[in-house]
Design a protein around this ligand. Structure first.
Ligand SMILES: NC(=O)c1ccc[n+]([C@@H]2O[C@H](COP(=O)([O-])OP(=O)(O)OC[C@H]3O[C@@H](n4cnc5c(N)ncnc54)[C@H](O)[C@@H]3O)[C@@H](O)[C@H]2O)c1
Length: 273
C-alpha cells in the first residue's frame, strides 16, 4: 500500500464530498487521496465513477467512528491532512431518530481528531498538518427577516442534526486550544448541484414541478435560504484548507437577497417527507 502523503476525505461518496474529490483530483494531478465512507443510504460509489480507476484514489469502506479502522488508515497511508465531510445530514431524519447523528457527527469527529492528533504528534507535525471540519450555518439557528450570520454569532442549533454539528465544531476547536492542533472549520449555507440526494429540497421541488404535482414546502413558505452551488463550495473548501488560519472558522455563502414566491398555487402547508 502507498506510503506517499495522502489527503484523507471522509464521507466522499456523498453529495459534497464526491464533488470535492473529483474537483481535487483534477486540480492536483498526482496527489494521493483516501476516502473513508460507510456508504449509508446517502452515499454511493456511483458518485465517484469519474475517479474510481485513478491510481491516486483509494477507497476504504467503513465507519469514521470505528477507532480500529481509522487507526489502520493512518498506519497504511501517510495522512497529510483531513477534510472531514462524513455526517448524517438530513434534518428530518435527526428529528425521527437522533442517535446515528450523535454517533457519526460527534463521536466520529472525536475518533478522527484523536487518530490524527496521535499520528501527527508522533511525527512532530501536529501544528503543520491540517484537520478541516466541514460544517453548516445551521449551527447558528434561524435569522429573523433581516441580518446575517457571522463567524462570531453564538451557536443556537434548533434540531438534533444542527446540535450534533455544533457539538462536533466545539470538539474540533478544543483540539486547537488544548493541543495546538492545526484545525480549521468552514460552515456553509445550503448547497445545490449534481449528485444531490433526491430527498433534499431543490431536487424534490424540481421533480414535483416536472410531474406537475404540488410543491411541498416548510411552514408558510416565507422562509429564506441562501443557496450555494456545490462547485463554488468546493473552491471555498480548497481555499480554506490551504490558506485558512489555524483555529479559525469561515462561513461560506452567497449572500442571496430575499425573494418570495407569489403564486398561492405553489404553497402546500406541510413538511417535506
Ligand atoms: N448539503 C448541504 O447543503 C450542506 C450544507 C452545509 C454543510 N453540509 C455538511 O457537509 C457535509 C457533507 O454533506 P452532504 O450533503 O454531502 O452529505 P450526504 O448526506 O450527501 O453525504 C454524507 C456521506 O457521509 C457518509 N457517512 C455517513 N455516516 C458515515 C460514517 N459514520 N462513517 C463514514 N461515512 C459516513 C455517507 O455514506 C455519505 O456518503 C456534512 O458534514 C454536512 O453537515 C452540507
Amino acid at each position: 500500500m502507498s506510503k506517499n502523503p495522502a489527503l484523507l476525505i471522509t464521507g466522499g461518496a456523498g453529495f459534497i464530498g464526491s464533488n470535492f474529490i473529483t474537483y481535487y483530483l483534477k486540480k492536483y494531478p498526482g496527489r494521493q487521496l483516501v476516502n473513508i465512507d460507510k456508504l449509508t443510504y446517502a452515499g454511493s460509489r456511483e458518485n465517484l465513477m469519474e475517479v474510481e480507476n485513478m491510481d491516486t484514489y483509494h477507497f476504504v469502506h467503513g465507519d469514521v467512528s470505528d477507532e480500529a479502522l481509522v487507526r489502520n488508515v493512518f498506519n497504511e497511508f501517510d495522512i497529510e491532512g483531513v477534510v472531514h465531510f462524513a455526517a448524517e445530514s438530513h434534518v428530518d431524519k435527526s428529528i425521527a431518530d437522533s442517535k446515528p447523528f450523535i454517533l457519526t457527527n460527534v463521536l466520529g469527529t472525536g475518533v478522527l481528531l484523536e487518530a490524527a492528533r496521535k499520528d501527527w504528534e508522533k511525527k512532530g507535525l501536529l501544528s503543520k498538518r491540517r484537520f478541516h471540519h466541514i460544517s453548516t450555518d445551521e449551527v447558528y439557528g434561524s435569522l429573523g427577516g433581516k441580518g446575517k450570520f457571522t463567524e462570531h454569532t453564538p451557536y443556537n442549533p434548533s434540531n438534533p442534526y444542527s446540535a450534533s454539528k455544533a457539538g462536533a465544531n466545539m470538539l474540533v476547536k478544543s483540539y486547537y486550544t488544548t493541543y495546538g492542533m492545526n484545525v480549521v472549520l468552514s460552515s456553509s449555507s445550503n448547497n445545490y448541484g449534481p449528485r444531490q440526494h433526491d430527498e433534499k429540497l431543490l431536487p424534490t421541488i424540481i421533480r414535483k414541478a416536472l410531474s406537475l404535482e404540488p410543491i411541498p414546502i416548510y411552514g408558510d413558505g416565507m422562509n429564506v435560504r441562501d443557496w450555494l452551488y456545490v462547485g463554488d463550495h468546493c473552491e471555498a473548501i480548497d481555499m480554506v484548507f490551504h490558506k485558512g488560519k489555524a483555529g479559525e472558522s469561515y462561513n461560506v455563502g452567497v449572500g442571496m437577497k430575499k425573494r418570495t414566491l407569489n403564486s398561492p398555487n405553489l404553497f402546500v402547508n406541510n413538511l417535506i417527507k
